[in-house]
Design a protein around this ligand. Structure first.
Ligand code: ASP
Length: 339
């Protein structure tokens, strides 16, 4: 029996065309499909679904779209062996991270892909990305899916979705997962390693859609005044902040900054500490300059990506609220960080 894959189209460069003002704008799914007759030669059955009408540049993808994607996957879960989401690259790592948490007990492949050049450009990377993503989503061995998690496939790399980042604007291999090895580097053959999650496939998936978007994100920089820091960390709408600091979790520790952090802690606001470095993680307590964060009750995000941290905060705040979230921030829920 042939595997069945649902292709969910959201937009992105993969389906874009030049508009009259010479900018790239998303176009319809049929245009993509006519450019890629090879799909008919694949050894699986494909069905297509339009998740965003009109199709979107992924800069316009919002949490409510993640909910739509999760609902489509849940609704049609029993019909398909795997899912491919065609998505713009700019916010692909956010969507992948969000879905990794929202599809709570996922047992089938969800592969997100897109491209750096539109499908109708001769040198496009879209064709290879799309075809291999479908192959990956349709791969089963002895009734077990080869992949049972949310991944990004791009530029010959298969990456855990909540570990991936778009690190290059103009390379064909735009994505990397600096703190986790690629699940697969695709060459002549598809070589599955054993670093995937692997589950007995079920015909249902639980989804969680009540994300709480009252989150904030603050980057510390040399010259940032304590007044600026206080302003940035005391927005009364925000329940939890990602605070991106230097190196292993350090920031200015002069008294006026400590005073701000104490105030924030007294407000009961969550601080989730991430490094500004591309790879490696946070170790609060290693340097004296990390102590004010520790004393303010901040949580270490270890080596989580900012994209995954943001989505994890939204998910945990929505699911458990400010008080109970503390039990989960330090845990790896879907392989998103090293503990
Ligand atoms: N701006 C585009 C998008 O994210 C870029 C891309 O798809 O590569 O939708």
């Amino acid at each position: 029996m042939k595997s069945k894959v649902l292709v969910i189209y959201t937009g992105g460069t993969i389906g874009m065309v030049k508009s009259s003002d010479n900018t790239l704008v998303p176009y319809d799914l049929n245009t993509i499909l006519t450019q890629i007759p090879e799909l008919q030669r694949l050894d699986c059955e494909l069905d297509f679904c339009i998740a965003c009408a009109p199709a979107l540049d992924s800069s316009n993808i919002q949490p409510q779209h993640w909910v739509t994607f999760a609902q489509i996957i849940q609704k049609r879960f029993h019909e398909f062996d795997g899912f491919v989401i065609l998505h713009g690259t700019d916010t692909m790592a956010y969507t992948a991270s969000a879905l990794s948490f929202m599809l709570e007990d996922l047992t089938k492949p969800v592969i997100i892909t897109g491209s750096q050049l539109p499908m109708n450009i001769l040198r496009t990377d879209a064709r290879e990305n799309f075809i291999t993503a479908v192959e990956l989503a349709s791969g089963y061995k002895k009734g077990m899916p080869n992949i049972s998690e949310v991944c990004i496939y791009f530029g010959n790399m298969l990456l855990r979705g909540n570990r991936a980042r778009k690190l290059h604007t103009d390379k064909f291999n735009a994505f990397e997962s600096p703190n986790y090895p690629p699940l697969m580097e695709v060459g002549v053959t598809l070589q599955y390693k054993n670093n995937f999650f692997s589950y007995e496939p079920k015909n249902t998936v639980n989804i969680f859609t009540e994300l709480d978007t009252c989150v904030g994100w603050v980057n510390i920089f040399p010259g940032m005044s304590a007044t600026h820091l206080e302003y940035a960390l005391t927005n009364c709408e925000v329940k939890g902040y990602i605070i991106q600091v230097f190196g292993m979790g350090n920031m200015m520790n002069f008294e006026e900054y400590q005073e701000v952090l104490r105030k924030v802690a007294n407000n009961g606001t969550i601080l989730y500490v991430l490094t500004q470095c591309i790879s490696g993680g946070v170790r609060l307590g290693k340097y004296e300059t990390s102590l004010p964060l520790l004393m303010a009750g901040a949580f270490s995000g270890s080596d989580i990506t900012p994209e995954a941290a943001l989505c994890k905060l939204m998910y945990l705040l929505g699911k458990y609220g400010v008080n109970k979230i503390k039990d989960f921030l330090g845990q790896s829920i879907k392989g998103e960080m090293t503990v």
